[in-house]
Unconditional design. Sequence first.
Length: 222
Amino acid sequence: MGRTALDGEPAADYANYADADVGLNGQLSHLHPRNSRNPRLIPKPMSGISLIEVMMSAFILTIALMAIAMTMVRGMSSMFYTQEQLIAKQKSREALESVFTARSTQNITWAQIQNATVSGGIFLTDFQPIRGMGADGIANTSDDASEPIETITLPGNDGKFGTDDDEVRSLDQYERKITISNVLNSQKQVDPDIREMTIEVRFKLNNVWHSLTVSSYISRFA
Ligand SMILES: [Ca+2]
Ligand SMILES: [Ca+2]
């Protein structure tokens, strides 16, 4: 298959052939199909990025960005949740202190330190809106009804109180429940001098209630 003849351009009719030998009489003597043995006219393979590759990388990038976004959302909502929890803790402690103070200053009798379902008890049962403590200065008693729902002032973006961006928030998404129960002594009898006080504060966040409970024993004696 030596190339004794003139090496001419491929004929247009033979586009699938890379090269052709044309004899002196102008007739094709050999055709050389494009293949690895005849690389000089084989076009370079297409380089660059195919559509599939672009779509794949866009997909992977989207997944990665979504993961980052989810982490940020979770972080922000947990920050918000922490703040709500702190408020709830503060409101439960305030209630606890109001009872201890009233007991210590003898503003209320031992018999009154019970739920209203027990004769003489003054503490409303079940969850109550968080209002001011009323004339008696004690949380969750009937005189709270005339008080407005409490508000709390948050420092706002600058982190300082007393500036224009302070945020006053109503505690209308909060409720507080005080449960006072008897404690049994070692003889399995109701201890006449000690009761257990459980204060649960709950708050609604995205239509879901979250709650926090504080409990303490309270003794007849200050
Ligand atoms: Ca009260
Ligand atoms: Ca501020």
